[in-house]
Design a protein around this ligand. Structure first.
Ligand SMILES: [Zn+2]
Length: 472
C-alpha cells in the first residue's frame, strides 16, 4: 500500500492524500490551497494524475481547504462517489457554489485588468479562466453521498470506512479506514481537523484507540489556547471598549462562514442572556454564513445541548440581542454607512475574499473601530498581515492604514491545541507503526512531532513534505 501526500504537508491548506492499495485507489480530502500567488499556482497544478483511475473519495469536512478542489476533480473526469457525513453533504453545495462564484468573479476582474493594461498596446489579453465555475461546483455535488457517524460501510471490495465526530465544525469527521491486502487487514486513521474539547456548538472529538497508520493534524501543535473563559472576557472587553463613549466605532469580525460564525453567535447570545452584553446589534454579512447557519439548524441534533437551546432562543428573538442576516449587496453596502455600535461578522475568515474586504476598507483606518481576529491566519493572507502588525494593507488597489485596534482571540479556535492533540493521541492503546504529522506549518509540525516522540514514546513520527510517497 502507498500513501501520497498531495497537500497540507508542511503547511495548513490543500489537504489531500492519495491511497493506493492492491485493489483500489482513493483520495482522502480534495482541498484547496489558500494564501497568495503560491497557492493559486498550486491549485492549478493540483490533481495532476489520472483522476479517472480513482475508485472513490472520502471527505473529512466541508471547509474549502479540505473540499475546495472537488469541482475541479469532477471537471477533470472523476465520476465516482464522494463519501462524507450527512451534515457535510448538506453544507457542501452552498460552500462549493460560493467558492466557484468568487473564482468566477475574480477571473472576470483579472481579465478586465489585463485588458485595460494591454489595451494600451492594442493587444487584447486572453480571457482568464476561473479555477472552476458555479456549474462545475453544482455538478460535483451530485456525486456526494452522506452517511451518519458511526456507520461502517464498504466503498470498495476489501475496504471498510467509518466516520467519527471530529468536533471541529458541524459534520466534521475523523475517518477510520480498514484495508484488506493479501489476507491481512490494516487500519488507517485520518484525524481530519480536530476540535478543541469543551467549545460551544459542536461536541468533543471522538477518542480513537488503534491504528496501524495515523495522520494527525498539527495546526496548533506548538502551543495551548487561552481558556474559553479568558477568551470570552477578552471579547467582552473588546466590544465594550469599542462601543464606549461618544466616539464609539464598529467591531469587525472576519470569520469562516461555516463554524466560527455560528460559534460567535452562540457566544454573543449567551452573553446577552446572562446580561453581560445586552442589546447588541449583530450583522451577519455573508450569504454563505446564512446558508451555513440554516444548515446548522437543520442538523441541530448534532450540536451540544446548550448550543441547541441558545441558537433557537436567539433566532426567535427571545434574547436581548438583534441578529440580522443581510441578503443583498445593497443591504451589505448599507452597513458601510453605520459609524458605530455594530458588530459585523463577514467572510472570508482570512480576509482574502468576500464582503469582509469592504468592511475592512471602511473601518480599518478608523482608530475608534476594532477588528477581532478569531481564527487561524495562513501565511500570505491579508488577515495574517493585519495580525503581524502591518501599518498599511492593500485592499482593492488602495493602501488602507491600520488604525483600528486589532484583537486576536485564540481561545475560539476550531482546532485542538497542543494539550488537546496530545490528549487525543493518548487514547491510542499502542503506538501506530507510522504516525504522520500533517496540516501544520513546517516548523510547528516538526516541533509537535518531537513532542509526540518524547511524551508518548512513539517510534515513528514523520513530517512529510508535499510529494512524499510513503510505503505502508
Ligand atoms: Zn477545517
Amino acid at each position: 500500500m502507498k500513501l501520497h501526500f498531495l497537500g497540507a504537508s508542511g503547511e495548513v491548506t490543500g489537504s489531500s492524500y492519495l491511497v493506493e492499495t492492491a485493489q483500489c485507489r482513493f483520495l482522502v480530502d480534495c482541498g484547496m490551497f489558500q494564501g497568495g500567488r503560491e497557492a493559486d499556482r498550486k491549485n492549478l497544478a493540483a490533481l495532476g494524475f489520472d483522476v479517472r483511475s480513482l475508485d472513490f473519495v472520502l471527505l473529512t469536512h466541508a471547509h474549502l481547504d479540505h473540499s475546495g478542489l472537488l469541482p475541479r476533480l469532477v471537471a477533470f473526469g472523476y465520476r465516482g462517489p464522494i463519501y462524507t457525513t450527512t451534515a457535510t453533504a448538506t453544507l457542501l453545495p452552498p460552500m462549493l457554489k460560493d467558492s466557484a462564484y468568487i473564482h468566477e468573479k475574480e477571473a472576470l476582474w483579472e481579465t478586465a485588468r489585463r485588458r485595460a493594461k494591454r489595451g494600451r498596446d492594442g493587444v487584447l489579453a486572453r480571457e482568464v479562466a476561473p479555477l472552476y465555475t458555479v456549474a462545475q461546483a453544482e455538478a460535483s455535488t451530485q456525486q456526494v453521498h452522506g452517511l451518519p457517524y458511526g456507520k461502517r460501510f464498504s466503498p470498495h471490495d476489501g475496504v471498510e470506512v467509518c466516520f467519527r465526530d471530529a468536533g471541529h465544525i458541524l459534520g466534521s469527521a475523523i475517518i477510520e479506514v480498514w484495508v484488506k491486502e493479501s489476507g491481512a487487514q490494516r487500519k488507517l486513521v485520518f484525524s481530519g481537523d480536530l476540535g478543541q474539547p469543551g467549545r460551544p456548538v459542536v461536541r468533543d472529538p471522538t477518542p480513537i484507540e488503534d491504528a496501524d497508520v495515523l495522520l494527525v493534524e498539527s495546526t496548533y501543535g506548538n502551543r495551548n489556547h487561552r481558556s474559553l473563559e479568558a477568551t470570552i472576557e477578552e471579547l467582552v472587553e473588546a466590544i465594550e471598549r469599542t462601543f464606549d463613549g461618544r466616539s464609539g466605532g464598529n467591531v469587525i469580525v472576519p470569520a469562516f462562514a461555516l463554524g466560527r460564525t455560528q460559534e460567535l453567535l452562540i457566544v454573543l447570545a449567551s452573553l446577552a442572556e446572562s446580561g453581560r452584553l445586552p442589546n447588541l446589534k449583530v450583522f451577519v454579512d455573508s450569504p454563505l454564513a446564512t446558508a451555513a447557519t440554516q444548515a446548522t439548524l437543520q442538523h441541530a441534533d448534532l450540536l451540544d445541548e446548550q448550543a441547541q437551546r441558545l441558537f433557537g432562543a436567539a433566532l426567535r428573538g427571545e434574547l436581548p440581542i438583534q441578529i440580522r442576516f443581510t441578503e443583498s449587496v445593497d443591504d451589505s453596502k448599507a452597513l458601510n454607512t453605520i459609524r458605530s455600535g455594530a458588530i459585523i461578522i463577514a467572510a472570508s475568515g482570512m480576509c482574502e475574499a468576500g464582503r469582509i474586504k469592504h468592511h475592512l476598507q471602511h473601518n480599518l483606518g478608523r482608530s475608534e473601530c476594532s477588528v477581532l481576529i478569531t481564527g487561524f491566519q495562513a501565511h500570505g493572507t491579508l488577515g495574517r498581515r493585519i495580525v503581524d502588525g502591518a501599518r498599511y494593507v492593500r485592499i482593492f488597489q488602495e493602501d488602507v492604514p491600520v488604525r483600528a485596534r486589532i484583537y486576536t482571540l485564540g481561545g475560539l479556535s476550531a482546532h485542538a491545541d497542543q494539550s488537546a492533540l496530545l490528549a487525543w493521541l493518548g487514547h491510542f492503546k499502542r503506538a501506530p507503526e507510522q504516525c504522520f504529522v500533517v496540516h501544520g506549518e513546517e516548523e510547528i509540525a516538526v516541533e509537535f512531532a518531537g513532542v509526540v516522540r518524547e511524551r508518548l514514546g512513539w517510534p515513528r513520527v514523520i513530517v512529510p513534505t508535499q510529494g512524499t510517497i510513503a510505503a505502508l
